[in-house]
Design a protein around this ligand. Structure first.
Ligand code: SF4
Ligand SMILES: [Zn+2]
Ligand SMILES: [Zn+2]
Length: 179
């Protein structure tokens, strides 16, 4: 079961959106949606799940609203969302300016709703930085990553255990495909 408590620190202020109940990734390990740099097979696998997800649009919107920098959301990679934001800045794409979102605040809106969300976001972010890390787990690894710090050996080990298990499964799948 995907642990949304780990993957949604930036939306801590908002009520949990009801569409999350329909997400295709409910039973997929969160890890898959936060691939390590260069792990293209995980990116592909995650995107394949998003492709058939009934709430892909909502998910992407949430990631854009929250300026979600890490992970696969709504079928897009970190780099793809960065490009989408850049296109908005360059005027190539229309901004999705929804008041009461972090992206609207970052686009320069200072209305009451946007300022309120920004200050709650800042508080949530600070709290997350202070929160203890659950070392030796994948979620610990993600927390290190989000804090821009070098993951500790225990968290790196937890992640490689996961990756090893995953590549074994992938290899088995491939063998079945080939058979
Ligand atoms: S679009 Fe992808 S990440 Fe978003 S809810 Fe659906 S499966 Fe999960
Ligand atoms: Zn606003
Ligand atoms: Zn750690």
């Amino acid at each position: 079961m995907t642990d949304w408590a780990d993957t949604e620190p930036t939306t801590a202020w908002a009520p949990r959106p009801t569409w999350l109940d329909q997400r295709a990734c409910a039973d997929v390990p969160t890890n898959l949606f936060f691939p390590a740099k260069g792990d293209n097979s995980s990116v592909k696998a995650a995107k394949a799940i998003c492709a058939s997800c009934p709430v892909k649009a909502e998910c992407l919107q949430m990631a854009m609203d929250n300026v979600e920098r890490f992970g696969i959301w709504g079928g897009t990679s970190e780099r793809e969302r960065r490009r989408m934001r850049r296109d908005v800045r360059l005027g190539i794409a229309a901004p999705v300016l929804r008041h009461g979102t972090l992206s609207a605040y970052n686009d320069g809106c200072r209305c009451d709703e946007c300022r309120r969300v920004n200050s709650i976001y800042k508080r949530a972010w600070k709290a997350q930085r202070r929160a203890p890390i659950n070392h030796g787990t994948y979620s610990g690894y993600v927390t290190h990553y989000r804090r821009n710090e070098k993951p500790c050996p225990a968290c790196v080990a937890a992640r490689s255990t996961y990756n090893a298990a995953r590549s074994r499964t992938t290899r088995n799948d491939n063998r079945e495909d080939a058979a």
